[in-house]
Design a binder for this molecule. Structure first.
Ligand SMILES: [Cu+2]
Length: 150
């Protein structure tokens, strides 16, 4: 019985490890803020390290009607948040999407984001030749960044 329970997990893990080794971008420490559906929005955060020059175009998820790349920055004494069209990724240089900086803004949530659950996002990139690349990411919903990614 134990074997039967563990087998799918092992397959999922090895598939993830395999996808990571060939993926154009390494994704670390992904998480999204819990939110009530009525609240309507959440932020998703992660560290992206590209293996080739890429431009982050955005992301899609069935969990939200709208996903935007946002930036928070101080304008004078006021923290302002606004949408950014795209973000360049320099190979080997981590781009951190985190609270108080760049993040994915998820709006028009289809269901509450419960801590302990996960959402699936598909990140979209454009490579140097203009071709679009997609990368599926599983994003845990948690009240704070995973350990080591704060
Ligand atoms: Cu935002």
């Amino acid at each position: 019985m134990k074997t039967a329970l563990f087998a799918p997990v092992l397959i999922a893990l090895s598939a993830a490890a395999c996808a990571q080794s060939t993926a154009p971008v390494a994704v670390e420490g992904a998480w999204a803020r819990p939110a009530l559906a009525q609240q309507g929005s959440s932020g998703a955060y992660m560290k992206l390290t590209a293996r080739e020059p890429l431009t982050l175009l955005g992301a899609d998820t069935a969990a939200a009607g709208i996903v935007e790349i946002h930036e928070m920055k101080m304008v004078g004494d006021v923290m302002k948040m606004g949408a950014v069209d795209t973000l360049p990724l320099v190979p080997g240089q981590a781009l951190e999407l985190k609270p108080g900086g760049f993040h994915f803004m998820l709006m028009d949530l289809k269901a509450p984001f419960k801590a302990g659950s996960e959402i699936r996002m598909t990140l979209r990139f454009r490579d140097a030749k203009g071709a679009e690349k997609k990368l599926p990411v599983t994003v845990p919903v948690a009240a704070a960044a995973p350990a080591g990614h704060r």
